[in-house]
Design a protein around this ligand. Structure first.
Ligand code: C5P
Length: 409
């Protein structure tokens, strides 16, 4: 599933130079430019002559708000140093789609049109998103060129596998606009969590009563997924142990799906050995039914049944407390969602579970909503953060976590 997660500040203040070469995947770039703009970036577009046969420069001019650079010989362009000027202010150059011919050209350092000249003259990082027929991609010549580009420090994004415009199926599809957006954001995010291996629990749990019914809660998983995305973009290796949610897995994040608290615990204990950080964002059910019926429970007509039915519950394991008590425990972060007395309850939980960091919020401020206002609790006291979109809050939590991990190192 490809669902774009983005905020208007993801690329605020960043300038992206997007190069488009001649391939049918060029149509996906219209969406990419829109997404980049919505994320706060300034986008400059350069096209090869072949690319303009697929989508007109006017489309990208309208979407980017800037004239599109196509012709290396345009006398209207200032000092005639367009190939230098365009790259000097860019934070990143991305060529998408990158045709087999263009990859071959830049692997050799050729500069016979404006776009290849920009590649050669740039002083910013470059990423390419190849798009071509599967045979062209697997051809040894293309693979040789790609290996050369990698060796030159150029990032290769994709290609993906699947149905191709030519009717064949295989590797060679350009990554979707959402994925490219995620790659661009990740490429421009400082790697303050590099080297960290994180295990996170996220979402609700579902405690079955019978094959169709169960006990669950209103956690949407949004906060946990936003954090996984931000942690991954900041360079951490992230494994999500996720309860049932309807959310896309962030790019580069490993996801293990579970339902009940018992399954969640089992998955966490299997993964935790190597982790440097554990973040318990999941709203784990405190109790589960003692008996899980093999078949769907039927409504009975007996007199006693009419008075109702009693479900006997037993306590679930406290996953976070168990991880924090491990002999070589990772840095443990807990979440406390309370409906009242936040400071008192969150700090009491932090002490009881022996955590270096607890993140607390009032349920009215965060559960199932897109914004959240949290307070951090650690040995130094309480630190309230402003009300933020969950994606922006996740970025702020990256900084807060990195600061504490550095101090603990
Ligand atoms: O004790 P309480 O459920 O309020 O604590 C919340 C924190 O503990 C959250 O970080 C949650 O993920 C974690 N937790 C857990 N296992 C449980 C209950 C809560 O890991 N059974």
């Amino acid at each position: 599933m490809s669902v774009c997660i983005q905020t208007s500040t993801d690329l605020a203040g960043k300038k992206i130079l997007l190069g488009i070469t001649g391939g049918i995947a060029a149509y996906k770039c219209a969406e990419l430019v829109r997404l980049l703009k919505k994320s706060g970036a300034d986008v400059l577009v350069g096209m090869t002559d072949a690319a303009t046969r697929f989508v007109t420069p006017l489309t990208f001019q309208a979407l980017s708000g800037h004239p599109v650079a196509v012709d290396a010989w345009n006398p209207d362009q200032g000092n005639g140093m367009h190939h230098i000027d365009l790259t000097r202010t860019a934070d990143l150059m991305v060529v998408a789609p990158a045709s087999a011919d263009f990859l071959a050209k830049i692997a050799q350092g050729r500069a016979d049109d404006l776009l290849s000249t920009l590649v050669l003259a740039r002083d910013c990082p470059l990423a390419v998103a190849p798009a071509m027929n599967r045979q062209m991609w697997s051809n040894p010549a293309t693979q040789r060129n790609v290996a050369q580009l990698r060796a030159d420090g150029i990032s290769i994004w994709g290609p993906a596998s699947g149905a191709q415009a030519c009717g064949e199926t295989g590797e060679g599809r350009m990554q979707e606009a959402c994925e490219l957006l995620e790659q661009i954001i990740a490429a421009l995010t400082p790697k303050v969590l590099a080297g960290q291996r994180m295990v996170m629990t996220v979402g609700p749990t579902f405690e079955p009563l019978d094959p169709v019914r169960g006990i669950t809660n209103r956690s949407s998983g949004q906060m946990g997924y936003a954090m996984a995305r931000a942690f991954g973009q900041a360079g951490a290796e992230v494994t999500l142990v996720s309860g049932p949610v309807n959310l896309a897995t962030p790019l580069g994040v490993r996801r293990i799906d579970v339902e009940s608290a018992a399954e969640m615990r089992q998955a966490v204990m299997r993964e935790i050995g190597n982790a440097t950080v554990f973040v318990g964002v999941a709203a784990v059910a405190d109790y589960r039914p003692v008996n899980v019926a093999e078949h769907k429970l039927k409504k009975t007509e007996s007199e006693s049944a009419q008075r109702g039915r009693t479900i006997e519950l037993t306590t679930n394991p406290d996953i976070l407390a168990e991880v924090a008590a491990l002999p070589a425990a990772p840095f443990c972060v807990g979440f406390a969602a309370e409906s009242q007395h936040l400071d008192e309850y969150a700090e009491a939980k932090r002490r009881r579970k022996k955590l270096p960091l607890m993140i607390g919020n009032l349920v009215a401020d965060g559960l199932g909503t897109t914004d959240n206002q949290v307070t951090l609790y650690d040995d130094a006291g309480r630190h309230p953060l402003p009300l933020l979109h969950k994606a922006d809050l996740a970025k702020r939590l990256v900084e807060e976590l990195a600061k504490r991990l550095n101090a603990a190192a």
